[in-house]
Design a binder for this molecule. Structure first.
Ligand code: ZN
Length: 111
């Protein structure tokens, strides 16, 4: 992997991080307590709303994991260890990094 390829992957990671942070703000909105206004006749029943919130919480957990992955990948670029499998120390093929830029392991170690 040359400097340019690394710079491109770094830009991809940074862009994904920005996008993720924006959607996490939206998710945080969805995690606010359910309104208990009895008179409100919304399109969603309270049950729907609670179910919705459970899904939002799930999504939030996945987003947290993705956030950690992106942040760690950017840190590895800083360290100069990016593109090296954290399990076996082997080189992660560029083709794989282009599809999963936040990946920390090679195909063999992920499987
Ligand atoms: Zn490996």
């Amino acid at each position: 992997m040359d400097e340019q390829q690394l710079a491109e992957l770094r830009a991809t990671l940074a862009a994904e991080l920005t996008r993720l942070e924006q959607s996490m703000n939206t998710t945080a909105e969805g995690l606010k307590p359910v309104e208990l206004d009895q008179t409100a006749v919304g399109r969603l029943s309270r049950m729907d709303e609670l179910q919705n919130q459970a899904m939002t919480r799930n999504l939030h957990e996945r987003q947290e994991m993705k956030l950690a992955g992106l942040t760690q990948a950017l840190n590895r670029i800083e360290d100069g260890t990016y593109g090296t499998c954290t399990e076996c120390g082997g080189e992660i093929p560029l083709a794989r990094l282009e599809v999963f830029p936040e990946t920390a392991t090679c195909m063999e170690c992920t499987a």
